[in-house]
Design a binder for this molecule. Structure first.
Ligand code: ADP
Length: 159
């Protein structure tokens, strides 16, 4: 059975992330969405809140599961029989960063492969950080994030 993990901050999850999840859920038998709780940058939503929002947004995908873990992603993979890590690429800056990350993860565990998947054209400019700035300045973010978190995101940003 093929198992993969898509790790990230997802603060918040965007329609670009959901697109990657939907595409990968058709390729792998089981897909984990991973949120590392120990890597905490300053975040809008707690890891538990992000998990709950993602679960709501992907409830139509039966082979996708959201997990929180307090260790290196490669260690979580090893413990759970996952051998593929998925990351998304929107532009050349992402490509350089993701290549570096993939090589570091390969150094940590040579058995785990990183698959880099290009963003769909309509999501190429979409990022969690821009969404937060848009929300702060009353730009309409409908369609850019799952509807289940849109209003709460605006409320938190403006607090
Ligand atoms: P991290 O802080 O680990 O980079 P993010 O939540 O920002 O977490 O992103 C997780 C992954 O999703 C990264 O590989 C990132 O490049 C990718 N990603 C982010 N936004 C998009 C998008 N709009 N389309 C495709 N991939 C994306």
């Amino acid at each position: 059975m093929s198992k993969a993990i898509y790790p990230g901050s997802f603060d918040p999850i965007t329609s670009g992330h959901i697109n990657i999840i939907e595409r990968c859920s058709r390729i792998f038998d089981e897909l984990y969405i991973g949120i590392a709780v120990n890597m905490e940058k300053k975040s809008i939503f707690t890891p538990e809140e992000r998990k709950a929002y993602i679960e709501d947004a992907i409830s139509h995908l039966s082979n996708v599961k959201v997990v929180l873990y307090d260790s290196l992603t490669v260690r979580f993979c090893k413990e759970n029989g996952i051998d593929v890590m998925i990351r998304g690429i929107r532009n050349s800056k992402d490509a350089l960063y993701e290549m570096d990350l993939a090589l570091n993860n390969k150094f940590l565990d040579k058995d785990i492969e990183t698959f880099l998947i290009p963003a769909e054209q309509k999501y190429m400019l979409l990022s969690s950080s821009y969404i937060k700035q848009f929300a702060a300045f009353d730009v309409d973010i409908r369609g850019l994030v799952p509807e289940c978190l849109r209003e709460e995101l605006i409320r938190r940003i403006k607090k």
